[in-house]
Design a protein around this ligand. Structure first.
Ligand SMILES: *Cc1c(COP(=O)(O)O)cnc(C)c1O
Length: 307
């Protein structure tokens, strides 16, 4: 009882000191967005006011300070998810939505035919490649649903599956939103949330390995090289994510869900061995080493995070 009382006093005083914005309120949207604390906002302000942070892409002392801070934070974050830059690259994005959109825009579904392999029909002859399918769990954020609109003409099929269908060898046609070809190959993408933002349900991380090995029933009809996007935005606000154990090809998240602040920052974690599957077209800002205004010439920076 004494412990409970002390605990309550501690919580109450922390609430008063750290979350003055909660005065007179009961906040039950923690899973949607956790709250920023007073000391966090003050420390951030202090940091900006006592250091000269410049544009991270130029050659000056203020620029180097920004670059070093970004690199340091990237290092801490990889450590937080129990991985390192040897295995994963952390790309900062505007939010989780932007990370998912980047994958939709850049993922290569097609795979050039191997030497000696014959195209199966006129269509694939024309494309000279085979495209994989895009599959997402029914219980996903709208930002995952939206991915399908970017890649409609890049995939052989688009599937939306409820959990119960994942293990079925013969999924109903009604789960197939689009189908271009009668065969499938190439690179396939499966997207699911580590935790549902809607129901709070945590989905098995063992699916990552099972998907890669094509062990789930529905994959029977959709063969190819399978890759996984783990939408970890909801999970990481209250649970650890150990990338030393489970290794999705891509992980997306947002920092306001973890820390309440800032809202305009998220991350795309890319497993280095799958990085070659992301091919950028748009370039801008410091993502290129060189570009020309008068000729269609540009060279992306070699480092994935900078690119
Ligand atoms: C919040 C959330 C998103 C979207 O995050 P934004 O940073 O707002 O783009 C995506 N997926 C899940 C599971 C979420 O909880």
């Amino acid at each position: 009882m004494a412990f409970v009382n002390m605990y309550n006093v501690e919580i109450e005083s922390r609430r008063d000191n750290e979350f003055p914005q909660l005065k007179g309120c009961t906040y039950v949207e923690h899973i949607g967005a956790t709250l920023y604390s007073k000391s966090q906002i003050e420390a951030y302000q202090q940091e900006l006011l006592s250091n000269l942070y410049g544009n991270p892409h130029s050659r000056s002392e203020s620029s180097r300070l920004s670059t070093d801070a970004v690199d340091q934070i990237r290092f801490w974050l990889l450590e937080h998810f129990n991985t390192s830059q040897e295995e994963y690259t952390l790309v900062f994005t505007a939010n989780c939505t932007a990370a998912l959109k980047t994958i939709a825009e850049c993922f290569t579904f097609s795979q050039p035919l191997k030497d000696g392999e014959k195209a199966k029909d006129a269509l694939s002859q024309m494309k000279n490649s085979q495209s994989g399918c895009f599959c997402y769990l029914l219980d996903n954020h709208t930002s995952v649903q939206g991915m399908r609109e970017c890649l409609n003409d890049k995939t052989s099929a688009i599937l939306c599956l409820p959990e119960s269908e994942l293990y079925n060898k013969d999924i109903s046609k009604s789960f197939i939103l689009a189908q271009q070809d009668s065969y499938n190959a190439g690179n396939c993408l499966f997207v699911y949330p580590a935790q549902s933002n809607f129901s709070g349900r945590k989905y098995p991380l063992s699916w990552i390995e099972a998907i890669r090995n094509q062990e789930l029933g529905f994959q029977n009809q959709f063969t190819g090289n399978w890759f996984t996007v783990l939408d970890a935005a909801a999970l990481v606000c209250t649970s650890p994510l150990d990338l030393g154990v489970h290794k999705p090809d891509f992980v997306t998240l947002s920092f306001y869900k973890m820390f309440g602040f800032p809202t305009g920052l998220g991350a795309l974690l890319v497993k280095n061995s799958s990085a070659a599957l992301l091919k950028k077209t748009y370039f801008g800002g410091g993502t290129v080493a060189a570009s020309s205004a008068t000729e269609r010439f540009h060279v992306f920076r070699p480092n994935l995070a900078e690119r």
